[in-house]
Ligand binder design. Structure first.
Ligand SMILES: Cc1ncc(COP(=O)(O)O)c(C=O)c1O
Length: 384
């Protein structure tokens, strides 16, 4: 059996069309996009085309897109940049307990610099409570940061509703859309977004490139100082091949059949819940869940061991978030939706990609039924 890669939330395979588009920018059009000569200008032209494609995808203007090294940098920049622009007049941030570590750890770091941060709770499916968000806002609040979709359990928040509140209260609204970009609609105008994080390697583009949307008129302090690239906001020679690849990945993203992906997702969920006793879905069902995400707790099965057994059968999955470098399988997201430590450690995330086939899912189901039974029988024998 060929490898069945079900860890597309960690990263995706670079699309062949993307690779093809990038290749000439390594050795043919290798100019520095800031150089005035023709070599530089051909690189710059291609960078601006990519910027336009990406801007159009989120209903932004091209001058509102700033290229970065990825989601982590964009999230750091959004929070730190907004903080240093507003501090000490305003110092309060509202975010959520289930955000990615690069938001939570940035928020924690800012607390050391004088920020006050409210970490909103979520319900059992990972949704925030809008009334609690409203109550959390104080006259000192300058930023609300809520991810569009969760990387572990796929919960999609209602950004339009949050955006309306931020507009009324005149507070900046940031979203981390690293997992949702191109999968579900993201419209910076309709959702009243001021800052948006996106990256390329979750959408069949290269690693190490991303962008931050900064609404025209919004001022945030630069993170990197230097030669004044990206209109003085983000210095550093542009990663031209990476940016070209990002643009191409977004350009072709409309070809991905997310209806088919959701159907495969639901087939796997339904089969697991019906056929594997003591299995539980984490996160919501239906269109409030990312089309590629399946997160299951298999009671009594250690997640890391299960991941290892699946790997032996050429199936690649993840326990929690691949972006967490900690080695144990505990998850702040699963904890926030109420799972015990044991349940967190018995959970597995399958994330489908555009190349996932029905045959792949059938194979996973067959392997899962054998492995879970073996693991549980072995567990019973061990525990007497
Ligand atoms: C929701 C979310 N935000 C941010 C990131 C970080 O992005 P990057 O890997 O481009 O730094 C990730 C990566 O997994 C993510 O899932």
């Amino acid at each position: 059996m060929e490898p069945v890669y079900l860890d597309n939330a960690a990263t995706t395979k670079v699309d062949k069309e993307v690779l093809k588009a990038m290749a000439p920018y390594f050795d043919e059009f290798y100019g520095n996009a800031s150089s005035m000569h023709v070599k530089g200008q051909e690189a710059k032209k291609a960078v601006e085309k990519a910027r336009e494609t990406i801007a159009r995808a989120i209903n932004a203007k091209l001058e509102e897109i700033y290229f970065t090294s990825g989601g982590t940098e964009s999230n750091n920049w959004a929070l730190k940049g907004a903080f240093f622009e507003n501090f000490p007049k305003k110092n309060h941030i509202v975010t959520v307990k289930t955000e990615h570590d690069c938001i939570l750890n940035t928020a924690k770091w800012l607390e050391g610099k004088g920020a006050k941060v409210t970490y909103l709770d979520v319900d059992k499916e990972g949704f925030i409570n809008i009334e609690k968000l409203k109550k959390a806002i104080t006259p000192k609040t300058f930023l609300v940061s809520v991810m569009q979709a969760n990387n572990e359990i796929g919960t999609i928040q209602n950004l339009e509703e949050i955006g309306n509140i931020c507009r009324e209260r005149k507070i900046l609204f940031h979203t981390d859309a690293a997992q949702s970009f191109t999968k579900i609609p993201l419209d910076v105008k309709r959702m009243n977004l001021n800052l948006v994080t996106i990256n390329a390697h979750k959408v069949y583009g290269p690693k190490g490139v991303g962008a931050l949307f900064i609404r025209e008129g919004v001022k945030i302090t630069p993170l990197l100082h230097g030669g004044g690239h990206e209109r003085g906001q983000r210095s550093g020679t542009e990663n031209v091949p990476g940016i070209i690849g990002f643009g191409k990945a977004v350009e072709i993203s409309g070809k991905t059949d997310y209806k088919k992906m959701s159907a495969l997702r639901d087939k796997l969920i339904k089969w697991i819940i019906e056929k594997i006793p003591d299995s539980k879905l984490n996160g919501p069902v239906g269109d409030k869940r990312l089309p590629n995400n399946v997160n299951i707790t298999f009671k009594g099965c250690e997640g890391e061991a299960l991941g290892g057994y699946l790997e032996n059968k050429n199936i690649y999955v993840s326990t929690g978030s691949a972006c967490m470098s900690n080695t144990n399988a505990q998850s702040h997201v699963l904890a926030a939706i109420g799972l015990s430590r044991e349940e967190q450690e018995s959970s597995i995330r399958f994330t489908l990609g555009k190349e996932t086939t029905e045959k792949n899912i059938d194979y996973v189901m067959k392997v899962l039924s054998e492995i879970i039974e073996k693991m549980r029988t072995a567990g019973k024998i061990k525990n007497g």
